[in-house]
Write a protein that binds this ligand. Structure first.
Ligand code: CO
Length: 133
């Protein structure tokens, strides 16, 4: 099922400000950047070896990441596990009664993705992703 940690998601107030640190100071390569309307975020993925850092800036204060920032401030937002078949894994988790955010995989910056409910994973928001070309 899970192959590796695909990325760590970090909520930030300003993507440009965060890139000054992660890209310019650390020298990490930005390999994708996009606005994802249905998640209400502007996001960038930076490569670290086989894994990535995902920076998330909310498009509005009412979006899930906007509310997260309001409640907790900037910082670790979620951890994403890579799987070869997000559809099959989501169905398997449903069958085991795991609490979910998404009932179906959807398109995200990391491929086809879904989120589990943090209650299921001891307070950590977990994303599953199957990369697509
Ligand atoms: Co993510």
């Amino acid at each position: 099922m899970i192959e590796k940690i695909h990325h760590i998601g970090i909520a930030v107030h300003s993507l440009d400000g965060a890139l000054k640190f992660y890209r310019d100071t650390f020298g990490l390569h930005v390999h994708a950047q996009a606005e994802i309307e249905d998640q209400g975020v502007k996001a960038a993925l930076l490569t670290i070896g086989d894994s990535e850092i995902e920076l998330l800036q909310p498009l509005s204060a009412e979006s899930p990441v906007g509310k997260f920032l309001e409640r907790k401030g900037e910082g670790l937002h979620h951890i994403c596990f890579q799987t070869p078949d997000v559809d099959a894994d989501l169905e398997a988790l449903k069958a085991k009664g795991v609490e979910l955010v998404d009932q179906k995989p959807r398109r995200g910056i990391a491929g086809m993705i879904c989120f589990l409910h943090p209650k299921a994973s001891r307070g950590v928001l977990v994303e599953l992703a199957t990369p697509v070309d």
